[in-house]
Design a protein around this ligand. Structure first.
Ligand code: CMC
Length: 363
């Protein structure tokens, strides 16, 4: 039997995360997302995901210090090429910048890879806006330093906390497309940079990590139109997909959507920010109504990307860099899965069925 989307096919055993699509629960190494988002720092989650896979990984404050040093290392390695990278735009610049990292699987390679998107993303944004690059500050957390490099002098507690919660929320998610891609490459025993680049490539598409940018475009189009209900109905009638809704695994609300909705609330302090959030909540309610009416039986609910878009917008990322922010959180998941796959030692090599000229199935 051929299953083109591999749905329900189990292709790996993992100790890393469990996605319960029917119950709407996500568990990261035994801990429920709703109990760790907003509680653990991203650095804690790096420790959690890599425990047992990287025996010499520093712990606690020493991990934060090591990641700070790794950000400095990445910045120095990229200095000669950063202007050329920035000309590619945020996502393509990030991909090309990561390709500059050595393709090993040791502790320093891992720290450098985890640090790389947190350095490259603000760098690509600032240079793309013809602003001077800002060097990392090794004393800060990964989230606060990313905002500092972005130029938010107020690497202000509330914004850094919201970004930190976002990074924790997206750190890992079962065998999603990008993680599967990273595991396929790791199964060949290639290095971690190669695995991460495979994951990053898969993340780009709008059916995976490329959705939050289009969420903003959708919200802006609805605001310009003035009639959310009519706009959404038209979009679905024309066969369009409402960005930030639906999921291959979740048949109920994506638990990450709620974690991010909670995280974005403290950022809505100004009247303009509060109005933006209220508008988005109205669009969400209207979209869910339209999907229930027009796609009955499909169980299409809000996914992680809807509130990702609002959070990243509030924190100060331009929509073209949203996928980079996703990579900043998910990279630790890719690395942990790649190490788990390398240790499993089995090449992933499925079959295809030939339906071309000369085959029994050719028409
Ligand atoms: N808006 C309108 N219709 C939808 C949507 C949507 N967002 N999602 C699914 N459908 C419809 C689809 O048109 C199809 O209808 P019909 O059977 O009448 O043709 C039905 O629902 C089933 O669609 P499917 O393509 O078989 O479902 P899937 O499991 O492959 O889709 C998905 C999962 C995420 C690709 C899809 O829901 C989608 O395109 N969503 C919008 C993009 C988006 O938000 N992506 C981010 C995903 S979450 C991030 C992550 O974890 O990677």
């Amino acid at each position: 039997m051929m299953i083109s989307g591999l749905e329900d096919v189990v292709a790996a055993e993992t100790v890393l995360s469990d996605v319960d699509g029917a119950g709407g629960r996500l568990v990261i190494r035994g801990q429920r997302l709703d109990q760790i988002a907003g509680v653990l720092a991203y650095e804690d989650v790096v420790s959690l995901l890599l425990a047992g896979f990287v025996p010499d990984l520093p712990q606690g404050d020493r991990l934060a210090t090591a990641l700070g040093a790794a950000r400095g290392d990445v910045f120095a390695r990229l200095a000669p090429v950063m202007d050329q990278l920035a000309r590619l735009g945020p996502y393509d610049g990030l991909r090309a910048g990561i390709a500059f990292m050595p393709d090993g699987s040791g502790r320093d390679d891992i720290l450098r890879l985890i640090a790389a998107p947190a350095v490259l993303t603000p760098l690509m944004i600032r240079l793309g806006q013809s602003l001077p690059a800002r060097a990392p500050d090794p004393e800060l957390t990964q989230a606060a330093d990313c905002l500092q490099m972005l130029g938010r002098e107020a690497a202000d507690g509330a914004f850094a906390r919201a970004l930190d919660t976002y990074l924790v929320t997206v750190c890992d998610h079962g065998l999603n497309a990008s993680t599967f891609a990273a595991r396929v490459v790791a199964s060949t025993q290639a290095g971690l940079t190669s695995s991460v680049l495979a994951g990053l490539g898969a993340l780009k598409g709008p059916l995976h990590g490329g959705a939050p940018g289009p969420v903003i475009a959708m919200l802006d189009a609805i605001a310009a139109d003035g009639n959310a209900q009519a706009w959404l109905e038209r979009e679905v009638a024309q066969g369009g997909r409402l960005m930030g809704f639906g999921h291959r695994i979740y048949r109920t609300r994506d638990p990450r959507a709620d974690a991010l909705k909670t995280a974005v609330r403290p950022l809505a302090a100004s009247p303009a920010a509060a109005a933006r959030l209220a508008f988005a909540e109205g669009v969400e309610a209207a979209a869910l109504g339209v999907l229930r009416a027009k796609k009955p039986g499909r169980a299409l609910e809000t996914n992680v990307e809807f509130y990702t878009a609002l959070l990243l917008e509030a924190v100060g990322f331009p929509p073209q860099a949203f996928t980079c922010a996703f990579a900043m959180g998910r990279i630790t998941g890719w690395i942990a899965h790649a190490l788990e796959q390398q240790a499993a030692g089995r090449l992933i090599r499925p079959q295809s069925r030939y339906v071309g000229p000369g085959s029994a199935l050719a028409s």
